[in-house]
Design a protein around this ligand. Structure first.
Ligand code: AMP
Length: 192
């Protein structure tokens, strides 16, 4: 079973993806994590995307589609969770084509519903907690980048809600409950 977790930054996609990995043996494909890994290992692509990511803008479709294409060559295991991908209609079309090429498709697109005020609070908290734990906050977890990330979401990613609704595999879950409540709502969709 392959699924997409769709929602604005700070909706909790990564947290829920990790739980699905642990509980269901699925494979998490987070383009954000892949891009951060490319940056920290200093690849040419990593250096190219660094400033774009820090500003909160989207990197090119070509780069992220290439990253996903590579991963789909690997083991399918318990299915893929697409986390933070696709973020544009072009990426969504490309994902559909790639999955079809591999003889598979999408079972569910889970849209996580949250409000913007909660998002800003959550992300700024995430930054504070990271620093309090002795680490460093993500460079894009600040108010200025967050505004741009939200605008990118509404301009370029939110049209995917209509796209997948029309395809017939979109389900909404409330994203504002406790982690367990959200996990339960997602399980309700996956096990229906
Ligand atoms: P995330 O960890 O999903 O919040 O992604 C962090 C940043 O990586 C985003 O703000 C974008 O700059 C970039 N990024 C991640 N996934 C994508 C994608 N599918 N398309 C374009 N840019 C992406």
């Amino acid at each position: 079973m392959n699924i997409i977790l769709l929602g604005p930054p700070g909706a909790g996609k990564g947290t829920q993806a990790q739980i699905l990995v642990e509980e269901r043996g699925m494979i998490q494909l987070s383009t954000g994590d892949m891009l951060r890994a490319a940056r920290s290992s200093g690849t040419e692509m990593g250096n190219k995307v660094a400033a774009i990511m820090d500003a909160g803008e989207l990197v090119t479709d070509e780069i992220v589609i290439g990253l996903i294409e590579e991963k789909l060559e690997g083991d399918h295991g318990g299915g893929f969770i697409f986390d933070g991908f696709p973020r544009t209609l072009a990426q969504a079309d490309a994902l559909g084509d790639l999955l079809e090429k591999h003889g598979t498709g999408l079972s569910h697109v889970i849209a996580m519903e949250v409000n913007d005020e909660a998002l800003v609070g959550r992300i700024l908290n995430r930054a504070k907690e990271a620093v309090a734990a002795g680490g460093t906050a993500r460079a894009d977890d600040n108010e200025e980048s967050l505004k741009i990330r939200l605008m990118e979401y509404y301009k370029k990613t939110s049209p995917l809600l209509g796209y997948y609704h029309a395809k017939g595999n979109l389900s909404w879950v409330p994203g504002l409950g406790t982690i367990d409540e959200v996990t339960g709502s997602i399980a309700g969709v996956l096990d229906s």
